[in-house]
Ligand binder design. Structure first.
Ligand code: SF4
Length: 502
């Protein structure tokens, strides 16, 4: 087998896509895998997949701002057809904008979200404005690299590009319920100067990437901090499969001097010298023993009966769909309440809005009834409070009642964080990590929905997309079971911790 020294410089230019170029900016090994072993990538987690799906929907909506635009509908696999279709539309002076246009230059193929035909200053030939649509609510540095490679390819392909812009959601836009105002929903920011500056060294960054993918072996890049920025690399599991379970990069949170420690030969969490400053959580992970604070019992005893255990499930539509909401505003669609009237005796109530109308009014009314006026309301994070505050803001007539509910909230999360640790937490205090460690007989493994991101996705599918009532009903049941487990988890966590506190 040849090694990298025996490979001569390329005589052909490997074809990369825009996304592969961006992968290569993170790591040459990653772009090598993208070309040769895409099947080694971990599939996107449900939250990432939901963001990708939402990005697609937002991209399609954004096109509505350019009436008369033509979509190059050929898929990414139909490259030659897409290039030919784009070329034919480019020469049609009646087309005001092209969506998903395909362009190739220097071995890089890009599909451009929106290319708007604009006139140059008087007497100049027609020119184009490059627009990249992002589902984010603001411009990020990584977006400039995205635009810069497109700028490089378009200029190289002979187009006269006068501006490079990012189009993203305006989170201050309020949907009034009577049709989307696309001009207000989207913000367009001109990033031409920054993109031109970034574009100056594209070819010097592209060439070593193209050489890397021509090798017979991946570049010898060690996984490290760069694998998580600007995105989580999907090859992390593959690259770290032979690392020890207590590998130093598995330490949660940032650690000052990590690179230097690795250079000094520190490979595991156990090897970290005692003088290194660690956060409280990192210290617990390093100690790797069960720890019970002497004040755990006292902290648990501050709860008042009847104890309600409350959890919301929410959706955060990028394109607002309920009146008086903004992009990405969390909308509660479901709640569960386990009510423990006295230690060990509980009952359950819940609510799920299973149609496309605004869920908030009915949800709030039934929630207030379920929570009554007495006892603590156990939650697991400040999230429930933030949702209640939004509801209080939305419905002035019941604001005092909602505010009284907020005053009764009792957060189990800081009680555990400050008073208990188990090695099985692995440095995470999420309820999914904490529950099986404290209550081994209970977890989420038997549920059809096991994660909040999936719950949001499935809710969206149930009320907005799915037409088959049998499927809708199975989603409804799975959602109810999932939310119920979250509040049962709090009941059992309080009980399990009580036992540990003696
Ligand atoms: S996990 Fe890290 S080292 Fe491996 S391909 Fe991704 S970025 Fe490169």
């Amino acid at each position: 087998m040849l090694n990298s020294d025996q490979i001569s410089l390329p005589v052909i230019t490997p074809r990369l896509s825009k996304s592969k170029f961006l992968a290569g900016l993170q790591c040459h090994k990653r772009v090598y895998f993208e070309v040769h072993h895409p099947d080694w990538a971990s599939p996107p987690d449900p939250s990432t997949q939901a963001m990708l799906d939402m990005g697609t929907e937002i991209g399609e909506r954004a096109r509505g701002r350019f009436p008369g635009g033509v979509l190059i509908g050929e898929t990414y696999r139909q490259r030659e057809a897409a290039l030919a279709h784009t070329a034919s539309v480019l020469s049609d002076a009646t087309v005001p904008a092209i969506f998903e246009g395909a362009f190739l230059y220097d071995g890089v193929l890009v599909r451009v979200d929106i290319l708007e035909r604009v006139r140059g200053i008087e007497g100049e030939p027609l020119a184009w404005r490059l627009i990249e649509v992002k589902s984010s609510s603001r411009v990020k540095t990584v977006h400039l690299d995205d635009l810069a490679i497109q700028w490089y390819v378009l200029q190289g392909a002979g187009l006269n590009i006068t501006a490079a812009c990012l189009m993203h959601l305006n989170t201050q836009y309020v949907y009034r319920g009577d049709g989307l105002d696309l001009d207000s929903l989207f913000s367009v920011q001109d990033a031409t100067d920054l993109v031109v500056a970034k574009g100056l060294d594209i070819s010097s960054r592209l060439l070593p990437m193209q050489q890397a993918v021509l090798q017979t072996e991946p570049p010898p890049v060690e996984p490290g901090a760069h694998c998580h920025t600007p995105y989580e690399c999907p090859y992390w599991a593959h690259c770290t499969r032979e690392k020890p379970a207590r590998w130093i990069y598995h330490l949660p949170g940032p650690l000052r001097g990590l690179t230097e420690l690795v250079q000094q030969g520190v490979t595991t969490i156990d090897d970290i010298p005692s003088g290194v400053k660690l956060s409280v959580v990192q210290r617990r992970v390093k100690d790797n023993v069960e720890w019970i604070s002497p004040k755990l019992k006292e902290a648990l005893a501050t709860v008042r009966y009847p104890v309600h255990h409350l959890d919301f499930e929410t959706i955060m539509p990028g394109i607002p769909c309920y009146p008086d909401t903004k992009p990405y505003e969390p909308i509660p669609v479901q709640w569960s309440n386990h009510i423990e009237d006295e230690p060990g005796r509980w009952r359950h109530q819940d609510f799920l809005h299973n149609e496309a109308s605004d869920p908030r009014e009915a949800l709030t009314a039934q929630l207030l009834e379920s929570l009554g006026t007495e006892g603590s309301i156990c939650v697991y994070s400040p999230y429930e409070q933030s949702i209640l505050e939004r509801l209080a803001e939305r419905y002035p007539s019941i604001r005092p009642e909602v505010k009284r509910v907020i005053c009764r909230l009792w957060d189990l999360f800081p009680v555990i964080r400050d008073h208990y640790y188990h090695p099985a937490f692995g440095g995470s205090y999420s309820i999914k990590a904490v529950l099986p460690a404290v209550v081994p007989s209970l977890d989420y493994g038997d549920l059809a929905i096991q994660e909040g991101g999936v719950a949001a996705q499935e809710y969206y599918r149930m009320v907005f997309k799915e037409t088959d009532w049998v499927t809708r009903d199975s989603i409804r049941i799975a959602l109810l079971e999932y939310c119920k487990r979250d509040t049962l988890a709090m009941v059992e966590l309080r009980r399990g911790l009580g036992e540990k506190a003696g």
